[in-house]
Design a protein around this ligand. Structure first.
Ligand code: SF4
Length: 663
């Protein structure tokens, strides 16, 4: 994956430099032969007209040189280790080399350690070839994470060798790796330095001195055995006779649980997160991890701590993910935490995005997938028509009432294998169209985009959608189904890169199946919603490239592609939700200003949320909505009364037809 930095770097100086001079290829080092080679050869062939063969040769030559260089570093490290003076302590610098070896970023740590008679050993010079971390950390997809854990394991088993862990404020991967390192180094003190632009020399020297003192103390103490908690494998589908608990992430979760029940798996959705869940989550995390991880940890532990709870009858849904963002670490961390807290019998169910989660229901995989997909389509439609009605209802509460009544009906229908779902959706659509509304003037429309767990989760996003509506706008929220479309697309793409023909075929069939189901469920009712604002995955991946390459894996291509697509589809503002410290969210935030400038300064707000609501968020939302209204006025995005009226008339006729059909 290309580094985020290249996208920040390209976007920031927009208009001030000649951007064609930037070289920003997106490269997938994980797939050397089938991805990296092609990406490099096509990019440089096109840019510099160098033959593909020459580029290929250069690539393999560079790989050879790099491998030889890394070997030389390790050999040199071995020499150094043999010749360390007696009064000098060897200390391994755990961390990413671009931090731990850069005197500006680590505040000259190397010199400071040497001045204290410490021999710093860069991680790259450590021979960790005997440590196979994948026996436990099978999903450690960050190469630096692999090295850090291997380094920690080596330090743990080598007498007289210690470690300093160098990190940065808000480093996403380190928020998880630090937990693993703490476990691996149990019983051996290590110094953790988290450096940012406010860190000062004096404070750092004091901490190094304190660390060295603590080593003297530790060496005098008797050695004790410590239980080390590491991730361990979890099943992809629930074992029999356990209840499967889904964490709440949006109302669609109720239909997901119903789809599981349709396959004979007893399933429930945990309640929408409250302050209590978040407080429990914070108690068992460092609070530096992703906010959704803190929220789901809180939900799980709260359930496990309920009086009478029997962990051996419980399992918790937390999908696997192959990176690059932190999502794939959630279930690894949860496993460690459950074990540490004594919930060894509680299972985690971890279907993989590698196969677009098809393995969750075991033998019923196909049935579950189809049913769940129908549920997502239904949930997205219901939410859309609800959000298009609620701001205009004449009798306050009509839409909310109907929304929840509809959910109950949908749940029952999906639970019975989705029989009659098309008709039910048509009835729901007609019920919504029958709600008394005043749509004589359409309110400005704001699109809520961003992180998938939070953007439609009122308990974890500060109830943003309702707050925006209360300020006088209509909101359209990115549908959940887009994530499944995207997972299927990645399943196809990665299968191609792995040369897995079966995977390609399976994913293609999956994709076609998804399209057919969505079309057949919505063909009669799509027209009752503002479907102009539905953005296809194809468009997202086509439009995102000015800001983020479509091969960047995760939310950013979806968020930026949607933003570009919606710009001329009557949207007057964009609200991007990002969990505080979210890696992909930070990327979206950093390129959003360039996007705004490229699109006539369309209002764009980035809401970095961490569960701490504040008055300043209210003020920011008010200012944002003010801008949205001004923008709408200047762009005349509000449909004229005449157009609205004719739309209403057409809708009324169509409602009549739907009612007749349903009856
Ligand atoms: S998208 Fe952000 S919040 Fe979500 S898992 Fe990735 S890094 Fe964490």
């Amino acid at each position: 994956m290309g580094s985020d930095l290249s996208f920040y770097g390209k976007g920031c100086p927009r208009g001030k430099v000649d951007e064609s001079k930037f070289l920003v290829p997106t490269l997938h080092f994980r797939f050397m032969k089938r991805a990296l080679e092609k990406e490099l050869t096509s990019y440089f062939n096109e840019k510099f007209n160098i033959s593909k063969n020459e580029i290929r040769k250069a690539l393999y030559k560079a790989d050879e040189v790099q491998v030889a260089f890394e070997k030389r570093l390790v050999d040199y490290g071995k020499e150094v280790m043999k010749s360390i003076p007696e009064n000098c302590r060897p200390v391994v610098l755990l961390g990413k080399p671009y931090n731990s070896s850069d005197p500006h970023l680590n505040l000259a740590l190397i010199e400071k350690l040497i001045n204290q008679n410490v021999m710093p050993i860069p991680l790259d010079m450590l021979d960790t070839s005997d440590n196979n971390i994948f026996t436990s950390y099978r999903n450690m997809y960050w190469p630096n994470g692999q090295k850090i854990i291997a380094g920690a394991q080596l330090v743990a088993k080598t007498d007289g060798l210690y470690a300093v862990y160098v990190s940065n404020f808000r480093c996403g991967p380190d928020s998880f790796i630090h937990h693993y390192v703490t476990e691996e180094l149990k019983g051996k003190p290590f110094l953790h330095l988290e450096i940012d632009e406010h860190s000062a020399d004096a404070g750092m020297v004091t901490r190094i001195e304190a660390f060295l003192d603590s080593l003297k103390g530790a060496e005098q103490n008797e050695k004790k055995e410590h239980e080390i908690f590491r991730p361990r494998p979890s099943p992809a589908s629930p074992p029999k006779e356990r209840v499967l608990y889904f964490p709440y992430m949006n109302d669609g979760a109720y239909l997901l649980a119903a789809a599981a029940r349709a396959c004979g798996i007893p399933s429930e959705v945990l309640p929408m997160q409250t302050d209590e869940d978040i407080a429990i989550g914070r108690k068992y995390t460092s609070s530096k991890e992703c906010f959704p991880m803190i929220c789901t940890t809180g939900s799980f532990i709260k359930k496990l701590q309920e009086p009478g709870a029997d962990p051996s009858k419980m399992c918790f849904f937390m999908p696997d993910h192959n990176g690059p963002c932190r999502f794939g670490q959630y279930n690894q961390f949860h496993r460690i935490l459950f074990d540490k807290l004594g919930y060894k019998n509680a299972e985690l169910i971890t279907p993989s995005n590698d196969t677009s989660y098809e393995d969750v229901a075991g033998e019923h995989g196909q049935k579950f997938r189809i049913n769940a997909w129908k549920g997502f389509i239904a949930a997205d439609y219901l939410r859309k028509i609800y959000r298009e009605t609620r701001p205009y209802e004449i009798n306050k509460g009509d839409s909310d009432k109907l929304y929840w009544e509809s959910y109950e009906k949908l749940e029952r229908c999906i639970e019975k294998g989705s029989k009659g779902l098309t008709k039910l959706l048509e009835k729901i659509a007609s019920d919504f169209l029958a709600i008394k509304v005043d749509k004589s003037v359409r309110k400005p429309v704001v699109a809520i985009i961003g992180e998938i767990f939070m953007r439609d989760n009122a308990g974890c996003n500060g109830n943003i959608a309702n707050r925006l509506e209360d300020l006088g706008v209509e909101v359209v929220i990115g549908p959940f189904s887009e994530w499944i479309y995207y997972s299927t697309y990645r399943f196809t793409r990665d299968s191609k890169w792995k040369n897995d023909r079966k995977g390609v075929l399976k994913s293609k069939i999956q994709g076609v199946g998804q399209d057919v189901i969505a079309y057949s469920l919505l063909r009669n009712i799509k027209k009752f919603t503002d479907h102009e604002k539905d953005v296809s995955l194809h468009d997202m991946l086509r439009f995102c490239n000015t800001y983020v390459n479509k091969y960047y894996d995760g939310d950013p291509p979806i968020a930026m592609g949607t933003s570009v697509a919606l710009y001329d589809r009557g949207v007057s503002g964009l609200a991007a939700i990002l969990p505080f410290t979210c890696m992909p969210g930070t990327l979206v935030a950093s390129v959003s200003d360039t996007y705004r400038k490229d699109h006539e300064n369309i209002p764009f707000i980035n809401i970095a949320y961490d569960g701490q609501d504040s008055v300043s968020l209210d003020t920011r939302l008010q200012a944002f909505v003010f801008q949205v209204k001004e923008y709408t006025r200047s762009k005349k995005h509000i449909r004229s009364e005449k157009t609205e009226k004719s739309v209403k008339t057409v809708n009324a006729e169509k409602t009549e037809k739907v009612l007749q059909k349903v009856e």
